[in-house]
Ligand binder design. Structure first.
Ligand SMILES: Nc1ncnc2c1ncn2[C@@H]1O[C@H](COP(=O)(O)OP(=O)(O)O)[C@@H](O)[C@H]1O
Ligand SMILES: [Mg+2]
Length: 239
C-alpha cells in the first residue's frame, strides 16, 4: 500500500520555539485519518510544518516516497497537497468566485474556470451566490468555500485543520459527509480536530497527540469506543 504521508521523528515549531517533539505517523493512499488532541497540543503546528508554514527542524517527512521535508508551500501544492487552515480561511471582502480564483492564480484562465465550476458543484451549495461577498456567508458556507478553494489546485492529499469547529451540528455533519465523498473520489484525507467524534466516525485510523507528540494510534472505531480515551480526549463517552 502506498504511504501518501510518512512522518518519523518530526520536530518543529515557530522560529526557536519548539512545539513538536518527535511526531511519528503515516497516512496510506485513500485513507481518511484524524489526529485528535487537546487545545494547544500542537495539531495546527503539525499540519503547518508539513505544509511549509511553521518551522521544520528535523525528522523524516515523505510524500509518496519522496523526501518533502522543508519544502516550500508552492512546491507542495504542485505535487498535489492542499491545506485548509483553521481560521481566516476565506477573504471576506472578496466574492465567492474571487475567493475561488485565488486558489489557482498560476493556472490558465480556461483551466481555472473549469476547476471553479467543478469545485462549486463538488463541494458547495453556493452556485447562486458566486458574486456575493464571502463576508455574507454563514460559518458553514465559509468553510465550504475554503475547502472548495483548496480543491482548485486539484489535490490528491488534503490537510484540514478543524473543519467543523464552531459550526452548527447540521453543518458539521454536512462538511464531514462531503469530505468523506472527496475521499471516495480519490483524495486522501488528513484532519486534525479537537472535537473529533464526527470526524473519527468517518475515519479509518486515528492518532492522539499530546504535548507535541503522538501518544496513541489505532483503528478509529476503537478510539471512538475506548472509554478512557472518550473521557480524556473526546469530551464525553458519547452515550
Ligand atoms: N505563531 C506562533 N508562535 C509561537 N507559538 C505559537 C504560534 N502559534 C501557536 N503557538 C503555540 O504553539 C502551541 C501549539 O499550538 P497549536 O499547534 O495551535 O495547537 P492546537 O492546534 O493543537 O490547538 C501552543 O502553545 C501555541 O501557543
Ligand atoms: Mg489548532
Amino acid at each position: 500500500m502506498t504511504r501518501v504521508l510518512d512522518v518519523k521523528g518530526l520536530e518543529g515549531g515557530y522560529g526557536s520555539v519548539q512545539i513538536l517533539y518527535g511526531i511519528d505517523m503515516h497516512v496510506n493512499e485513500g485513507e481518511f485519518v484524524t489526529i485528535i488532541g487537546p487545545n494547544g497540543c500542537g495539531k495546527s503546528t503539525f499540519i503547518k510544518t508539513i505544509f511549509g508554514i511553521a518551522s521544520y527542524y528535523t525528522g523524516d517527512v515523505e510524500y509518496r516516497g519522496q523526501d518533502i521535508s522543508g519544502w516550500r508551500t508552492d512546491q507542495l501544492v504542485n505535487h498535489g497537497i492542499a491545506y485548509v487552515p483553521q481560521v481566516d480561511n476565506v477573504f471576506p471582502s472578496l466574492s465567492v468566485k474571487e475567493n475561488l480564483q485565488m486558489g489557482g492564480n498560476t493556472l490558465s484562465n480556461s483551466v481555472l474556470n473549469e476547476r471553479i465550476e467543478r469545485s462549486i458543484d463538488m463541494f458547495t451549495d453556493l452556485r447562486s451566490r458566486e458574486y456575493d461577498l464571502a463576508a455574507s456567508l454563514s460559518g458553514g458556507e465559509r468553510q465550504m468555500l475554503a475547502i472548495s478553494r483548496a480543491l482548485i489546485s486539484d489535490p490528491k492529499f488534503l490537510l484540514l485543520d478543524e473543519p467543523t469547529a464552531a459550526l452548527s451540528p447540521l453543518y458539521q455533519q454536512q462538511i464531514i459527509e462531503r469530505i468523506d465523498s472527496l475521499r471516495e473520489g480519490g483524495i486522501t484525507i488528513l484532519i486534525v480536530e479537537q472535537n473529533a467524534r464526527l470526524s473519527l466516525a468517518r475515519s479509518d485510523r486515528g492518532y492522539i497527540m499530546a504535548n507535541g507528540k503522538i501518544v496513541h494510534s489505532g483503528d478509529a472505531q476503537n478510539i471512538l469506543t475506548d472509554p478512557e480515551i472518550g473521557e480524556y480526549f473526546l469530551g464525553s463517552t458519547g452515550h
